[in-house]
Design a protein around this ligand. Sequence first.
Ligand code: SAM
Length: 339
Amino acid sequence: MHLFLADDDSLPFLVDELRRSAPEATLREIEGLGVMGDMELGGLLPAFARQTLPHVVETQAASINAWADRIIDSIAGIFPDDQPWRLHLWPQYGEGKAGMNRCDLIRAALAERLKKKRRYLLRSLVESEAAIDEQTSLVQCVLTSPETGWLSTAIAPLPYRHRSIISAFPQGEIPWAEDKSAPSRAFAKLVESEQRLGRWIERGQTCVDLGASPGSWTYVAVQRGAHVIAVDRSELREDLMRSPLVRFEIADAFKYKPPQTVDWLVCDVIAAPQRSIDLLLEWLREKRMRNFVVTIKFRGQDEYHLLDALKREVPPRCAEFHLKRLCANKNEACAFGSV
Ligand SMILES: C[S@@+](CC[C@H](N)C(=O)[O-])C[C@H]1O[C@@H](n2cnc3c(N)ncnc32)[C@H](O)[C@@H]1O
């Protein structure tokens, strides 16, 4: 069984999404947490799941030391020797700091125990939110009360293989990026997509920004030193219009074609979801970009099934593909990846 985490407001949509992707699977909602399912993980791209806990086991432990033991028992002799592993441990109960404190104490008890026995496991425990590589294993443990919870151990290379649904960020949560100088808060969507992809727009790269005004996504690319062709019907903020790195074009985003393959297509155009989906598929078919971040904006709650076409058609054309309702998204999802 796998556990897919979702915000409470996304839960019904995640259930629908999983049902469409895996009609044979048995699904069970876990209140306040997410959905359990017994499907194959391969090819699954649930946009409404923040994080996946593969092969999760319901766990009870009466004390802090017992929690530490449960975690050690789940990995000792199982994780490859001397290869890195990470631990995501968090509470999902009560108000205030009691749960956080308990998790800190469990971490300390775990370190103490490993210091005495199996020191090699302590040496290879890594604290990082960098993209997960092929060698890295992952333990996820969520406490739903002081004495109950769910424990998932994913042995390398499973977390890497399923990196589009197993996040390097605990619970799959990324705080909204802050930058008061950006033209709008929309810049946080592009930054979050880069973080999830583990790939950033770089100095000297070329970028097409479709639906660019007022310019937050262009602003991010310019900050990174990239050259941007910004396409919109309205101009960008004045400083961006003057930037030597920006070429502004008044054009229809859906008709624009770049003169040659660009490093990044970024597109946040306001349009019916099917139009943005078709645009992404056309750019992929024509091999016009090497990386992409495209927002799909919904007009209500009955269009989410349109994402299924992306789940079918994009992965065969990409080295990496993520489809997520981002922490920084409202009624949107973001499709991002590398060709
Ligand atoms: C949400 S805003 C983009 C915000 C931008 N990413 C930012 O961070 O500043 C959407 C933009 O899409 C533009 N847009 C909508 N339809 C378009 C079209 N067919 N061609 C070009 N731009 C379009 C709108 O003018 C608007 O500026």
